[in-house]
Design a binder for this molecule. Structure first.
Ligand code: HEC
Ligand code: HEC
Length: 294
């Protein structure tokens, strides 16, 4: 099975079925999420559209007291960050990124890096956004809103209004010195560049090569089980559809699943090597295989 063909089909299904898409994803919030008390995604429940932690607080933990207060435009940006109805899919920025605030300090392993410090980066998304585009596209948040949240039907150029970009930029400034901030440019360690719309294709050779080392490792299903609840478990179960498809059907085979983990698929974001290392992916796959063969 070719990764990109499949992704294309899934993308098409999702674009053509906005309603279905959002229904699918809303179920993720209700029963899917493992109960981690501090998990921000589960607090943005399907009934309320916005969950704003500690409205006008300052970014905590920065004892140098340089953090700006989160008010005005920055507060608007914070609301976007926690808004499960920002796009057509019920998923928030906080599902995949921390913001250095207590609300996102939990045990979840998120696909994206922290956004604390992003306002100091000069190139994001491995060079896709730099110069003037940084501010216009909210440091690349426009890509996430389009691809992962299905805002503006997946159109990156239309995903953020000027006002939304401004609000997010102001929030990024406000959290720039928050705990865990990464101010240097990130080297995103995907298996291969994902397809961000139906006109793009994944380099399947590269994606396949990137998972070879994973498939050679013996996986530890017990460790995989623990990791699963901090990663895939937020969006997948084995037998039922949640935000993502039931893994008993979607898993396919270890090589395919490993490629999805490393390179993403449609609206599923990849896990870079520095987010989950090869051994961790092998452990997770061993656990899933054990579960679906039951
Ligand atoms: C489904 C997961 C997911 C969602 C939802 C998501 N992102 Fe991302 N985002 C990623 C991944 C993966 C990257 C790749 C870079 C990384 O690892 O940080 C990324 C990259 C970024 C970057 C560029 C970072 C860099 O240095 O390259 C910004 C800025 C960003 N996201 C902001 C946002 C904002 C704001 C939202 C909500 C409007 C959002 N993201 C929603 C997964 C997500
Ligand atoms: C934030 C939610 C989220 C997380 C976390 C997540 N997935 Fe997914 N996954 C999805 C969505 C949504 C899709 C469907 C993508 C589409 O249709 O565009 C998907 C699809 C898949 C597919 C099928 C892909 C295809 O092309 O048929 C596999 C396999 C998969 N995920 C495995 C995993 C594994 C393994 C993990 C954990 C390491 C994981 N996912 C974590 C949301 C998620």
């Amino acid at each position: 099975m070719k990764l990109h063909n499949n992704s294309r089909y899934l993308l098409f299904t999702l674009i053509s079925g906005a309603l279905i898409g959002s229904l699918t994803l809303s179920s993720c919030k209700r029963d899917g999420e493992p109960a981690t008390k501090t998990d921000s995604t589960s607090t943005s429940s399907s009934t309320s559209t916005t969950t704003t932690p500690g409205s006008t607080t300052t970014a905590p933990g920065d004892t140098s007291a340089k953090a700006s207060p989160i008010t005005g435009k920055a507060l608007e940006g914070q609301k976007i960050f926690y808004n499960a109805s920002f796009g057509q899919k019920k998923i928030t920025c906080a599902s995949c990124h921390t913001d250095g605030q207590p609300t996102t300090q939990d045990t979840r392993i998120r696909q994206g890096h922290t956004l604390a410090g992003v306002a100091s980066r000069t190139s994001t998304w491995n060079g896709m956004f730099k110069g003037e585009d940084l501010k216009k596209k909210a440091y690349g948040a426009a890509l996430c809103a389009a691809v992962y949240q299905k805002k503006a039907d997946g159109n990156v150029d239309k995903a953020l209004s000027a006002s939304e970009a401004e609000a997010l930029n102001a929030y990024f400034e406000a959290i720039n010195g928050a705990p865990g901030a990464i101010t240097k440019n990130i080297n995103i360690q995907w298996g291969s560049r994902p397809a961000f719309n139906e006109n793009e294709e994944v380099n399947d050779k590269e994606a396949t090569a990137s998972v070879k080392p994973i498939l050679k490792l013996p996986g530890d299903p017990a460790n995989g089980k623990a990791l699963f609840s901090r990663t895939c478990g937020y969006c997948h179960t084995y037998k039922e559809k949640k935000a993502g498809p039931a893994l008993s059907e979607a898993f396919n085979n270890a090589e395919f699943a490993a490629k999805v983990v490393r390179t993403g698929s449609g609206s599923m974001a990849f896990y870079g090597k520095d987010v989950l290392n090869d051994q961790q992916v092998a452990d997770i796959l061993a656990h899933i295989q054990e579960e679906i063969s039951k």
